[in-house]
Design a protein around this ligand. Structure first.
Ligand code: GLA
Ligand code: ZN
Length: 659
């Protein structure tokens, strides 16, 4: 358990390094990430490596006992490389080139990028494999999907399709290209989707996404293979960011030891109602990537800004509280971005812990407090992790397919997940967000939002879970298509109707038109986006539509399946309905709630050999009171605590159970 900072020695005069590093040491910093954008300094011209400056920096870090993660520099190919080998640069659908000058200007399929990228990584790995300060590597920086349409991608996509389907006849069959005379009669006709038209064949578009996900994975593999071979004693991570990303994060993480996340909760008061909850989801999703504890590789340290007007400065306590939130939800290391705000370059106003003045101020003092608290509690936190009763199933494939063909106004896969997750968080139900094909043992409740693409294995997984006593919640737009993005010719929700005991008689994509549903106690709730008119076939209705031509038709059903139960929610109900439903489900499903958490307050538990640690986080600008039903001891102050505990604005309490 440790706190770190991101530091860019190449941005500062060398005379400043030791003073900076000394202050890091005094403040309690244990980890520093370096070099992820420094290609032009590490290889100033083709084949001429210069690691001397980085040696001097790393030797200083070592002198002060600080450990190092090196970022591979492939997110910033230098100008000599892109000029001599323009195939490094991605090409957009309209033929435009992603020119150098920013970053991320690299095509994952580019032969030159892979060649020169692997070469510098190999040189770095050989040079630093036995450096005493270096403990690990970050691959590239913040992978994202570019939809590259360059010649390399075109050829690679064609081979990918060839490999997947064998013959053009098979492609025609699996993609349904007969529609609009899109049939391929020879392989040269098959290209990446030029033009970017949304009218293109949806099966092809989904496979193009799959192809790109695999390209990012294959590109990362060119790095991890080199690093594993030369530095087997080091760990490898990648810093994922800003969810949702069109990435196969689970696939990328198979080659990593630990997943990392770059965490920038918006500190502006207008975002106070949402930022703590979307942040909680990001953290739970990151923990779900490898189903274990993770790192934060960049953490908010000051007001962000630059290419948009700056957000508000973090309110007193916010920097510390959000770091503790990350730790509560499974971060084992939190690295703050960045030590000092950049004086030059595109990110001058994405503030670090120390301002341009180089005079450590209020935010730095708060960071110093965080460092000393984390260092003090490290022994207690060591070996602790998160055990959740509930899981939300997340799928980059569902998200992609639902984006290729938007189903109804406002129906957004990730936004809907946010709402379900937020309801769980407000009820204090700990939740993992895991890949949709992951094993489900150990959970009591599984929420499976819009399993739009499906197959027998997906249906079977949920049936087995329910049969064994689990509670499943399915939502509308499930079982619509096969995995090729082709509609299945059977009543919705396709293969899931077996477990749900219900079929969809008709649907209405109501979009932004607000409708209502009625619970058995007569309370009305708003619903929107979508209305499935349900026909129970074994299931019991538990809510009915209250308006439109389908008033009185079932909107939500529950089916007993083996020892468990399967809910089907045919519409997008407002959050208060989810709070009620989850509250009703909890006793039978065996879920423990943390009742009456005030807005903005989150409760989360880490469990380890020495017992449980309950984190109470007030992620709001007002003080709040939380009721407790047990005797605790504050791990921060040592004081016994029982009964209501008052949390100041952005206050944090970490509680050990007594006795
Ligand atoms: C990302 C990057 C960092 C920095 C921050 C702030 O997360 O990884 O290099 O650019 O954003 O913008
Ligand atoms: Zn490309």
């Amino acid at each position: 358990m440790q706190i770190g900072v991101d530091y860019y020695p190449e941005h500062w005069d060398e005379s400043m390094w030791e003073t900076d590093i000394k202050l890091m040491k005094e403040t309690g910093v244990k980890i520093v990430r370096v070099a992820e954008f420094a290609w032009s300094r590490l290889e100033p011209e083709e084949g001429r490596f210069d690691f001397a400056w980085l040696d001097r920096a790393l030797d200083l870090f070592h002198k002060y006992g600080i450990q190092i993660v090196i970022g591979t520099p492939t997110a910033t190919p230098p100008r000599w490389l892109t000029t001599a080998y323009p195939d490094v640069l991605p090409v957009f659908a309209d033929g435009g080139v992603f020119h150098p000058g920013v970053r991320g200007h690299r095509c994952y399929n580019s032969v030159s990028l892979r060649k020169y990228g692997s070469r510098i990584i190999e040189a770095l790995a050989r040079h630093y494999s036995s450096h005493p300060a270096v403990i690990g590597w970050q691959t590239d920086n913040e992978f994202s999907m570019l939809d590259c349409h360059c010649d390399s991608c075109n050829l690679a996509f064609r081979s990918w399709v060839q490999e997947k389907y064998g013959t053009t006849e098979q492609v025609n069959e699996e993609w349904g290209t007969v529609v609009w005379s899109g049939e391929y009669s020879s392989w040269d006709e098959l290209t990446v989707p030029y033009g970017g038209s949304p009218f293109q064949n949806p099966s092809m578009l989904l496979d193009f996404q799959r192809f790109q996900w695999e390209a990012a994975i294959a590109f990362q593999k060119t790095q991890t293979e080199v690093l594993r071979a030369i530095c087997p004693q080091h760990f490898i991570t990648h810093n994922f960011h800003s969810y949702p990303q069109r990435l196969d994060m689970h696939g990328l993480a198979e080659d990593l030891d630990v997943a990392s996340f770059d965490y920038y909760p918006n500190p502006s008061p207008q975002k106070q109602a949402t930022a703590p909850y979307s942040g909680a989801l990001s953290l739970d999703l990151t923990r779900g990537i490898k189903r274990r504890n993770f790192w934060i590789m960049e953490q908010l340290s000051g007001p962000p800004g630059c290419w948009f007007p700056m957000w508000r400065t973090p309110y007193p306590g916010l920097i510390r509280a959000y770091s503790w939130q990350a730790i509560a939800r499974g971060a084992d290391t939190v690295v703050h971005f960045r030590w000092r705000s950049a004086a030059a370059g595109a990110e001058q106003f994405w503030h670090g812990l120390i301002d341009h003045s180089n005079v450590p101020g209020r935010r730095f003092a708060e960071f110093a407090q965080l460092c000393s608290e984390v260092n003090g509690l490290a022994p207690l936190l060591e070996g602790t992790g998160v055990i959740s009763q509930a899981a939300i199933l997340y799928s980059h494939e569902q998200m992609a397919a639902l984006r290729i063909q938007p189903q109804a106004d406002g129906l957004d896969y990730y936004e809907n997940i946010k709402q379900y997750h937020r309801a769980l968080t407000r009820l204090g139900i700990g939740c993992d967000v895991i890949g949709w094909r992951q094993p489900l043992e150990g959970y009591k409740l599984v929420i499976a939002p819009s399993l739009y693409l499906h197959d027998e294995a997906a249906a079977q997984l949920l049936e087995d879970f329910a049969a064994g006593g689990g509670t499943v919640i399915l939502t509308s737009r499930s079982g619509v298509k096969n995995m090729n993005n082709i509609c299945v010719m059977q009543p919705l929700p396709g293969l899931f109707s077996r477990a749900a005991g219900v079929t969809v008689e008709e649907y209405d994509p109501v979009g932004g038109d607000v409708h209502s549903l009625r619970s058995p106690d007569g309370i009305l709730y708003e619903c929107s986006q979508w209305c499935d008119i349900l026909r129970p076939e074994g299931a019991e209705p538990v809510a009915w539509y209250a308006d439109d031509f389908f008033a009185g038709a079932p909107a939500v059903t529950v089916n007993s399946f083996g020892a468990g139960r399967v809910y089907y929610i045919g519409t997008h109900a407002e959050e208060s309905y989810w709070l009620k439903l989850l509250g009703d489900i909890a006793p039978d499903a065996g879920l423990t709630l943390f009742p009456e958490l005030p807005d903005g307050v989150q409760a989360f538990t880490r469990t380890g050999p020495k017992g449980e640690l309950l984190f109470l986080l007030n992620l709001s600008r007002t003080s709040q009171t939380v009721g407790l039903d047990k005797q605790y001891r504050s791990a921060l102050t040592g004081t016994p605590i029982s009964g209501p505990v008052e949390l100041a604005a952005y206050g944090v309490e970490i509680l050990e159970t007594q006795g």
